[in-house]
Structures are given as structure tokens and as C-alpha cells.
Design a protein around this ligand. Structure first.
Ligand code: DGL
Length: 269
């Protein structure tokens, strides 16, 4: 059982930002990654379709005998984590926007949150704000187009820069000093965010960008350890699947992971 794989999934390539951190924290583990790119973005997907997709992916993981599952997607977590935990009897590790760390880090009391529309509208997110951020000013944006931009693999062009600037500049103008990336696609655009905030007038404090890849990897490590599920044998494999077009996915996965990988087709439901 200990060398059984860990299933990691997202609407697309965003969860690779989490997979990279898991790989760094847990180098011996076998990983299965599913990108549901045919249905991305999840950010505005109706809940019944999201329910079907998460069920399909979780069932696929169960057929592959995974020992744990990571929902490397804030949107799927916000809407489906409780249901998945009730339905599937394995440890399930999920994401949430890093509101609490952001409230501890801010000095201006002004925080920006980039997350999908579904996440920002969710009860789970509203509970987080009520619990930790009542005395802070929170600026939110669903950053339409970010997910598609990352899915395209174009992270450096003028178009990508202008898209990020469109959503970040108004928040910088409001003097946020902490930005929460509440969607796993968005860390791939963080270099552009840093570039844009660094260009601001001197005197502005440096913008701190927070996401939860390391926190989730630590939580996964803790849960595997508690359940005696850590793998101490040498790592065998990472396998990658997509519901989208495998050849195109292989190119983008290889680019984002910085190594050549082959992405396999995920059978449809
Ligand atoms: N990467 C996902 C998230 O963390 C989903 C983004 C999307 O597909 O809209 O929310």
C-alpha cells in the first residue's frame, strides 16, 4: 500500500504548481496527475457538471488504487471537497485560499485575492473571510482569462503581461501589500505579477504574493505519516493524464514542469 500512488487533480495544468511542490517535499512518492482540460475552466462551470467531473476523476483514482487524493484546485475544493470526503474512503487533501496567512502578513490592512468566480462565491470562502479578515479590506478579482492564458502555455508575451496588469494594477493602486493566489493556475503568472509590482513608484512596499503549494504538501506529508502511508522505497513514476488533447498537453506539461513528459488520455465517463 505504501508504494501506491497519490492522485492529484485539477481542471487543467494549474495543479502542476502543486505537483511540483509535492515532488519536492515527497521525492519517493508515485504520483498520478489528472488535468481535466476538456472541461477547464472550472471557475464558472455549473455545480452539477463539476460534480460529475470530480466523481469521474475520483473513480479513476480509486481504480488505480491510489492511497490518497489531492484536490489541487481551489474551485473543486470550494464546491466538492466535503462531498468527495463523504463519498471516497481515502485521505483527501484539499486547498483553500491563504486568507489567514495574508491577514498575518499585511501591514496596510489591504489584501488582494485572485481566485475563480466559483471560489469567490462559495460558502467556504465566505467563512474564511468571516473568520480571519473582518478587520481587513479585501479586494477580490476572478481574473477572467488567466486560466486560459496558463492553459495556452504563453506566460511571457506582451498579451500575457497586459492581461495580468489589467487585474493587478487596480489593486496596486488601492495599496494592497499582500496578494493571495487562490487558484492553482495563477502561480504560473506570478513572475509577471512581480515584474508589474516592481515597476511601481518607489516608496511602495514590495508586494508579497502568497499561495499554498508548500502548505498543502506539508499537510499531505503529515496525513500520510499519521496513516503510516509514507513510501520509503525509491520513487518509481509520475504518470500524467488529460481529458483534453494528449499531444498538446504533453507540450505544455513539459514546459511547465521543465522536463519532457508524455501525457496519456483519460478515458471519458
Ligand atoms: N486551478 C483551479 C483552481 O485552483 C481551477 C481554475 C479553473 O479551471 O477555473 O481554482
Amino acid at each position: 500500500m505504501n508504494d501506491a500512488p497519490i492522485g492529484v487533480f485539477d481542471s487543467g495544468v494549474g495543479g502542476l504548481s502543486i505537483l511540483k511542490a509535492i515532488r519536492a517535499h515527497l521525492p519517493n512518492e508515485n504520483l498520478l496527475y489528472v488535468a481535466d482540460s476538456a472541461y477547464a475552466p472550472y471557475g464558472r462551470l455549473p455545480k452539477d457538471i463539476l460534480h460529475k467531473r470530480c466523481t469521474h476523476i475520483a473513480q479513476f483514482f480509486m481504480q488505480q488504487n491510489v492511497k490518497a487524493m489531492v484536490i489541487a484546485c481551489n474551485t473543486a475544493t470550494a464546491l466538492m471537497a466535503e462531498w468527495l470526503r463523504r463519498e471516497f474512503d481515502i485521505p483527501i487533501i484539499a486547498m483553500e485560499p491563504a486568507i489567514k496567512p495574508a491577514t498575518l502578513a499585511t501591514r496596510t490592512g489591504k489584501i488582494g485575492v485572485f481566485a475563480t468566480d466559483n471560489t469567490l462565491k462559495s460558502e467556504r470562502y465566505k467563512r474564511l473571510l468571516a473568520e480571519y479578515a473582518q478587520d481587513k479590506t479585501v479586494f477580490e478579482s476572478s481574473c477572467d482569462g488567466f486560466v486560459e492564458q496558463v492553459e495556452s502555455g504563453d506566460l511571457t508575451s506582451v498579451t500575457a503581461f497586459q492581461l495580468v496588469e489589467k487585474y493587478l494594477q487596480p489593486m496596486i493602486d488601492e495599496h494592497i501589500d499582500v496578494l493571495v493566489l487562490g487558484c492553482t493556475h495563477y502561480p504560473f503568472l506570478a513572475p509577471l505579477m512581480r515584474q508589474i509590482s516592481a515597476q511601481q513608484a518607489t516608496g511602495n512596499q514590495e508586494l508579497q504574493i502568497i499561495h499554498t503549494a508548500d502548505a498543502v504538501s506539508l499537510q499531505l506529508t503529515r496525513i500520510l505519516a499519521e496513516n503510516n502511508l509514507l513510501n520509503f522505497k525509491e520513487r518509481k513514476s509520475s504518470l500524467y493524464f488529460t481529458s483534453g488533447e494528449p499531444q498538446q498537453a504533453s507540450q505544455i506539461f513539459s514546459q511547465l514542469l521543465g522536463q519532457e513528459v508524455t501525457v496519456l488520455p483519460l478515458a471519458d465517463s
